[in-house]
Design a protein around this ligand. Structure first.
Ligand SMILES: [Zn+2]
Ligand SMILES: [Zn+2]
Length: 725
């Protein structure tokens, strides 16, 4: 094991991002040249206008959509008390954006994002190399002063006064001072749909755009994405999308976003690889630009420096966004894994160096703030797998998150060591394995993979089945196997199932049900954390402390967590010596105005959730959900009749009563019969039929509703189809 690591490290030091990186970097250089050419060409401006015109149709459609979204989202926004404020600020910002689009048109051209690649040597180069090769901080520090270290005794007051003087000039053309704003559109008060807007003046970069999975009450909803109306209103200002890593809660909403807003997308190799798969499904083309750790890109006024962090998916990155006001360090999902499977360490050195230089605002992952100590290393799982793989006498069926490439890697290695062949089952697992293998993140031992059809031709103790379903998802491989519905794999007594994950909050019940069913079929199941088969991808309290201590930011904004987690994370920073007024707990949509010396929450923008059902984006709102809930609770009754008022009122057809999900009609024929009599009596009642059809229908629904409630205690939805001839 040690040998392998050493060779990997050596490879990395020699600049190995292996061979595969070489081509894309070449592409990037070409892009740089192309961009330069574009900028020198006088027609460059025209080109982009043409693009906008060409996109005109979809723009209009998007506008419509955005309006719809805003409607549904506004009603869904949880902070109702903010509603008024939101409306105001939207109105204002809409006005502003119209103005600013005109103004910033030319600016946008000049500021077209380009990749400025630090030499590859810088990854592991000498100190001198590093100095030479990390232009962003050095360049910035010569022209802009950085904030001092707030936990030390502010020795940089001179620098700060220079900075304030420089700040005088930072006014936009309309005379208003440009402000640095952080606007979380998702990920605050929730674990999911992460999305953060960083804005300076009229330029925006967006970090991540993820999805959240629907709760039980969201009947029929497939996915939930953040309401990004704010970005649609300011689409001209978006300089770049920046991605931290390839988890669904960080890239899942990108296909939707990219349909509405055009801007280059920066991310690591694996992140972009996974995103590309999604974009292909949605048939979207996008300008994807791969970045390597310690590479810096220019996006308008921002310089964004990426660095490696460790998490439960390879190729995760944190970023330092260098702004004219100071450095924002954004480290979303991370843990400090000192023995990562791929040997690629979290870049603590760079984080510390940035901290030393002065970080204005730190934003960091709060997921595991409630857990004491340190999160275990991914490597600890390997030895547990070995033990279990050797102990099991039958087949092993193992499930984990498909994106946890390192976990899958360890399962493959353990399979190899215990002489098992591996069948990969389930589309999600197969897709990720294919992408990760192709990009060189997953090393599949020779001849170890077998087709699932071959599983029965080998002895049970030589089989490992890798599948999805660690969260009890209804359509996943494991869930189907557990209920005997899987086409290819049937559970047999002696099967040994390992669920290498913990349920995401909300999924506990479905997972428990799957486990029960597996036991029922005669399998043995290992699923508890105490068995050492799972470690979290998020750092625990001590790791969070290390980060805060290392960075010593002036301001601290916890992210990626439910409200109490954000709160506790802020408290943790205070425990480490930060002033309470320098730590912030925010809600989605709120605006954090970040100055050199002061920082405050000031106003908010539209935020909330957009529900996705099939092909519909945002067309299912609160009202539709309420109807669905009503239908699901008591069913529906449809009354159908044709009547005439000529001479005296009489019924020509019906009344016919059809119900769905209400009662079993055959058994309750008498109730349906009585209901029909009630309806017939109403429609032939002279007093009623003298009025309007509208009144009659209202009367009918209320009489029928009361009758049904009396007799059954239920409140079905009543729909009447009454025609008069
Ligand atoms: Zn996350
Ligand atoms: Zn993650």
């Amino acid at each position: 094991m040690a040998e392998r690591k050493t060779s990997k490290r050596a490879a990395e030091e020699s600049g190995d991002q292996p061979t595969a990186t070489a081509t894309p970097l070449g592409q990037q250089q070409e892009e740089i040249l192309e961009n330069k050419r574009k900028r020198t060409r006088p027609s460059a401006g025209k080109k982009s206008t043409a693009k906008m015109v060409a996109a005109g149709e979809s723009t209009a459609a998007a506008k419509n959509k955005s309006r719809k979204k805003t409607d549904s989202a506004a009603s869904l926004t949880q902070g109702k008390k903010r509603k008024e404020e939101t409306v105001n600020s939207v109105a204002k910002s809409a006005g502003k954006s119209r103005k600013s689009n005109k103004e910033s048109n030319s600016g946008y051209q000049a500021a077209e994002p380009t990749v400025s690649k630090t030499s590859r040597k810088s990854t592991a180069g000498t100190k001198n190399d590093r100095k030479k090769n990390s232009p962003p901080p050095d360049e910035l520090s010569s022209s802009h002063a950085f904030v001092s270290n707030p936990l030390a005794n502010d020795p940089l007051s001179l620098r700060n006064s220079v900075a304030i003087a420089a700040g005088e000039k930072r006014k936009s053309e309309n005379g208003q001072e440009k402000k640095l704003k952080i606007i979380p559109l998702g990920g605050m008060g929730e674990v999911g749909k992460n999305m953060t807007v960083i804005q300076y003046g009229e330029q925006i970069v967006v970090v991540d755009a993820g999805v959240m999975f629907p709760t039980d009450e969201m009947l029929g909803i497939d996915l939930v994405i953040p309401d990004y109306s704010y970005l649609i209103e300011h689409r001209q200002q978006v300089q770049a999308f920046l991605l931290t890593h390839g988890h669904e809660d960080h890239i899942g909403a990108m296909p939707y976003l990219l349909k509405d807003i055009e801007a280059p997308v920066y991310g690591s190799r694996l992140t972009l690889g996974l995103l590309k798969g999604k974009l292909n499904e949605h048939r979207i083309d996008a300008d994807l630009r791969q970045v390597a750790p310690r590479e810096t890109v220019n996006a308008g006024v921002f310089k964004v420096e990426f660095f490696r962090i460790t998490h439960s998916i390879p190729d995760s990155m944190g970023m330092a966004v260098h702004t004219p006001v100071g450095v924002i360090l954004l480290i979303s999902d991370f843990k400090i894994d000192m023995s990562p499977i791929d040997g690629r360490m979290m870049d603590l050195a760079r984080i510390a160096a940035l901290g030393e230089r002065g970080v204005l605002l730190l934003m960091a992952d709060s997921t595991n703030v409630e857990r004491d100590g340190y999160t275990g290393s991914e490597k600890t799982i390997g030895s547990t797998f070995d033990k279990l793989f050797n102990k099991a006498e039958g087949r092993i069926i193992l499930t984990t998150f498909a994106s946890n490439v390192h976990r899958i890697q360890q399962a493959l290695w353990s399979a190899e060591r215990s002489g098992r062949k591996v069948a990969v089952v389930g589309r999600g697992m197969q897709n990720v394995c294919a992408i990760a293998r192709e990009l060189g993140y997953l090393h599949i031992p020779d001849d170890i993979l077998i087709d699932v059809d071959k599983v029965n031709s080998l002895p049970a103790h030589q089989i490992l089945i890798l599948t999805t379903g660690s969260q009890g998802e209804p359509l996943s491989g494991l869930t189907r196997m557990s209920s005997g519905e899987h086409r290819q794999v049937h559970i047999i007594p002696g099967d040994f199932v390992i669920i290498s994950a913990t349920p995401i909050p909300g999924n506990e019940r479905t997972v428990a049900k799957t486990v029960d069913n597996l036991f029922r079929q005669g399998a043995m199941v290992v699923h508890e954390r105490s068995e050492g088969i799972h470690v979290s991808g998020h750092g625990s309290k001590e790791e969070l402390k290390i980060l805060i201590n290392m960075v010593k930011p002036r301001f601290f904004l916890p992210m990626h967590g439910e409200y109490r987690m954000l709160y506790k994370h802020a408290q943790l920073a205070q425990f480490l010596g930060m002033d309470a007024e320098n730590t912030f707990v925010m809600e989605n949509g709120q605006i954090l105005e970040v100055g050199r010396r002061h920082c405050r929450i000031n106003g908010s923008v539209t935020s909330g959730q957009v529900l996705i059902d099939g092909l519909g984006v945002g067309d299912v709102g609160n009202y539709v959900l309420k109807e669905r809930r009503q239908l699901s609770e008591s069913g529906i009754i449809i009354v159908n009749l044709v009547y005439s008022r000529k001479q005296e009122p009489h019924i020509l057809f019906g009344p016919e009563i059809i119900s769905r999900g209400f009662i079993f009609e055959k058994e309750y024929e008498h109730i349906i019969g009585e209901a029909k009599e009630k309806v017939a009596a109403l429609c032939t009642d002279q007093r009623l039929t003298d009025g309007s059809l509208y009144d009659l229908r209202n009367q009918l629904r209320s009489v029928l509703g009361r009758f049904v409630l009396e007799r059954t205690g239920r409140r079905p939805v009543i729909i009447d189809v009454i025609n008069e001839v």
